[in-house]
Ligand binder design. Structure first.
Ligand code: SF4
Length: 104
């Protein structure tokens, strides 16, 4: 399913008609598009041995990283994006954790 753009024409038109300053819509859209990065030293990251760079992990198989994991939800070619395991956080595309799963 293609990603839904946070500023669809319908939403933009509805917002313009509401009289609320346009800048607030863009600020909210930017906030929604980028979650805070997962800190490798956070308890949830440590529990799954998450690292921001897969090459620094002794457990990660060569070449495996978040960007090619089935649970990564960032767009192709992105440097960071959401992960189904760590809700509300972005992970580095170059990162890795023990839940890495191959794409089907
Ligand atoms: S589940 Fe996949 S995308 Fe999420 S942190 Fe682990 S390796 Fe990265």
């Amino acid at each position: 399913m293609p990603p839904v753009h946070p500023l669809s024409r319908r939403r933009l038109l509805r917002h313009l008609l509401s009289g609320v300053p346009l800048a607030s819509l863009f600020t909210r859209a930017a906030r929604a598009a980028e979650a805070p990065l997962l800190a490798p030293d956070s308890p949830e990251a440590k529990a799954l041995a998450y690292v921001a760079d897969a090459r620094s992990s002794k457990e990660a198989a060569a070449g495996n990283h978040c960007g090619d994991c089935a649970l990564y939800q960032g767009p192709s070619g992105s440097t960071r994006g959401p992960c189904q395991i760590f809700a509300g956080k972005d992970v580095q595309s170059a990162g890795w954790c023990r839940s890495w799963a191959p794409q089907m």
